[in-house]
Every structure is written in C-alpha cells, then in structure tokens.
Design a protein around this ligand. Structure first.
Ligand SMILES: C[S@@+](CC[C@H](N)C(=O)[O-])C[C@H]1O[C@@H](n2cnc3c(N)ncnc32)[C@H](O)[C@@H]1O
Length: 399
C-alpha cells in the first residue's frame, strides 16, 4: 500500500504532521499513520493553481518548479487543482476554483469528527484528488470506501491513483446528491464540497445511527459543518460546528450575473436609508453571515468596490437566488453610519436582512455551534437554536 518515499518527501510529510498538530492538537494515531502513509503529492496533478495577486489564478508546474510544487503539496493549505470546471475561462470572467485538495488540518479534523471504524462503509461526496478517500481506505481497509465525483476527468485521475496506492476504493462519476445506492447502506457519509442541504437520497442510504458530515453553504455564505445522526425512522438531526469554507457542490452554485440576471435598465428602485452597515451582515463576521444564511435561505450577496457612482465607495448587492428581487446598499466611505438603500422587486430584501440582523442581536449573536438542523426522511429541513423545539428559520424543502 504505502510507497517508498525519498528523504525529501519524508521530511515534507513530517513537517505536514507537525503543522496539522499545531492547528488541531495531537492527532489520533490512525489518522497520523494515514497521513504518513498516503503521500499527498502523489494525488496532485502536475499543474496546480495559486492565487496570482490580481484576483485570478496562475499555474505552478511540477516539471518546471519541482521544489515549489513539492513544498506546496506538503503545506497545510488547500491547493486548487482545477479551475473553471476544467474549461477555458470565458473572456473577461475571472477564473474560479472548481476542485482542490482541501487543507490537511480540516481534512483530518473532519475525519476525526466522522470517526469511522475499521470495516465500516463510508461514502464520500467530492473525490477531487482522491487523497481523502485514500486516507479513509488506509484506516477502513479495502472495499469499504465509495467516493462520488461529478467531474469525469477528476474521477478518472483519482481512481487511477487510488488503485495504485490504496486499492479497493470504488470511485463513481456522478452527482453526489444522489449518493450511490448500489453500495448502500453506509455507516457514514461525508461531503467534501459544501451542500445547502442533505437530500432524501443520502438519508435513505445511511444506516440507522449512522452519520452524515458536510460543509454547509447557503447563497449568503459558505461556512460551517453540519453533523447529523440518522434515526430508526430515517430522519436525521444534529448540530453545526464552526470552521470550514468549502467550494459549493456543482448544481448548488448561485450563478447570478448582476446586470444579466438581476438588475435591468427599466427597474426603478425605491430609495431609503439604513443605519445597519452592510459590512455587519456581509463582512468578516462569519457568525453573523452564517446566521443570516440560515434565516434567509434564498438570499445571495456580492460586494462591489469602486462601482463608479458619485459618492459611493463600496456597494453591497443583495438578490434572491432567482434574481426576482434585489437591493443595493451604498457606503460612501465616510464612516457616517448612514447608508443609502435601493430596493426593487416584490420583496424588500434589505428590510428582510434588517429583521434577521435584529433577531441575531436579540439572541446574543449566536455562533454556528448553537444552531442545529432536523432533516426528515423526505428531505425537509428545519433549523433550530440551542434545542430542536426552537425553530428559527423557515422550513426548506429537499435540495
Ligand atoms: C474540495 S474538492 C474535494 C477534495 C477531495 N476530497 C480531496 O481529497 O482532494 C470538492 C470536489 O467536489 C466535487 N463536486 C462538486 N459537486 C459535486 C457533486 N454534486 N457530486 C460529486 N462531486 C462534486 C468537485 O468537482 C471537487 O472535485
């Protein structure tokens, strides 16, 4: 299973283990052994992508920059392994990351939370490079790991590396929201792309008392992990945890382009003012962003710096995910705590955001760990605060 490694690679692996322990504390022995035995660099493509400092991504090629490439492979950071779903970028549209090797410390944290036992069956959604599936297979043994990847090229590449390094992993190309019924039921399901809900199919494929762990996303923000336990009736309940920003599952991205899908020339928005800073709800406060995402499940936002408008330094756009209503909140940069609001469409979105913010403040600015979710077997979701009887958000249907 494990391969002969060079002294350089061995030193890199040791460095990575030290870095993970610095973030997570002491590692459970079996995950430390998995990280040491399943070489991360073997799962990476020869060309990986790094931020170019101008909002885009630049390639780093192992064939021309082998030292930098190997150092990146064993850094405790996520590595972008595919951009633009593997397609050339549209003219004028910034490249976006569409697959990555997740940061090792979050990979190990999630595996420790999932806590699968040798011999149990695990389904992973989002094979990506295959490294996470390889770590699982190292601990669980051959024949116990199934991994679904939506991108055929990535699925094929990962299947080839896994067959060589940790044989006995089933890699399936398909939509992970559907799971993989042929190998169900599973003791555990883990997603490594973020989901805005857990489908009825995934619940049905999890054993009673089995668990589902997934990074969380809403159009408002991607943040948090949801850890559910399935009961004897096929319903599931569990809590959120802070940490983790993952890329969204394909099919759940909100692909709005403002001036194509949302704002049109003939719109005449209503004007008002607000004292709520747009950056309180869509800034660096991830607790606030997480709560707003739960309370307002179909609202999306994007920040626009220097929008080329008189007396506007930054603008926050808010829209429904279907583009039918929108709001724009203008910040003149003068710190005067009054912002101009424009609202259009059947819903007054900034009023909804203001009400959600008032709720967030009135409840002591709760962090993700105070929230939980109940999902019934038909895929209906109900979010709660502190205890399952305290429903906090509109019930949402299956994803
Ligand atoms: C952060 S990467 C996964 C990292 C991976 N587990 C690893 O060890 O390298 C997320 C992956 O999820 C895949 N993905 C996105 N949507 C998906 C879907 N609906 N079903 C299955 N895979 C999906 C992406 O193509 C991408 O490869």
């Amino acid at each position: 299973m494990s391969q002969a490694v060079s002294p350089r690679e061995l030193a890199a692996v040791r460095g990575l283990l030290t870095a993970i322990e610095a973030d997570n504390g002491a590692l459970p022995e079996r995950w430390a052994s998995a990280v040491a035995s399943v070489p991360r660099h073997r799962f990476l493509p020869r060309v990986i992508w790094q931020r170019d400092g101008a909002g885009g991504y630049a390639p780093l090629d192992a064939d021309t920059e082998s030292e930098a490439w190997l150092a990146t492979a064993y850094a405790n950071t996520s590595i972008v392994t595919q951009v633009n779903d593997g397609q050339p970028a549209d003219d004028g549209v910034a490249a976006f990351p569409s697959s990555s090797a997740s940061a090792p410390s979050i990979v190990v944290l999630m595996l420790s939370m999932l806590d699968p036992q040798p011999g149990q069956q695990v389904l992973e959604i989002g094979t990506g490079t295959g490294w996470n599936a390889g770590l699982l297979a190292h601990v669980l043994g051959a024949g116990n790991v199934t991994s679904v990847e939506v991108d055929p090229v990535l699925a094929e590449q990962a299947a080839a590396v896994l067959a060589e390094l940790t044989p006995g992993v089933t890699v399936v190309c398909g939509d992970g929201m559907l799971g993989h019924p042929n190998r169900a039921p599973y003791d555990h399901i883990m997603a490594t792309c973020s989901l805005n809900g857990v489908s009825a199919a995934l619940l049905a494929q999890t054993k009673a008392q089995g668990t589902i762990l997934t990074p969380w996303s809403r159009p408002w923000c991607d943040y948090g992990l949801l850890h559910l336990t399935v009961d004897d009736h096929g319903d599931a309940q569990g809590r959120f945890h802070p940490y983790a920003v993952f890329m969204r599952a394909r099919g759940q991205r909100v692909g709005l382009r403002l001036f194509r899908d949302v704002v049109h020339d003939d719109h005449v928005p209503a004007e008002s003012t607000t004292n709520l800073s747009p950056w309180a709800v869509a800034g660096d406060d991830y607790d606030a962003q997480f709560a707003l995402g739960l309370l307002l499940p179909d609202l999306w936002n994007v920040r626009h710096d220097n929008p080329d408008l008189d007396s506007v330094e930054r603008r926050l756009w808010v829209a429904t995910a279907d583009g039918s209503s929108w709001a724009a909140i203008d910040d003149d940069g003068k710190q005067n705590e009054e912002f101009t609001v424009w609202q259009h469409g059947p819903r007054r979105l900034w009023d909804e955001v203001t009400a959600a913010w008032a709720w967030f403040e009135a409840h002591g600015r709760p962090s993700p760990g105070r929230f939980g979710m109940t999902v019934t077997a038909d895929g209906t979701h109900r979010a709660w605060l502190d205890a399952p009887e305290n429903t906090v958000a509109p019930t949402t249907g299956a994803t």
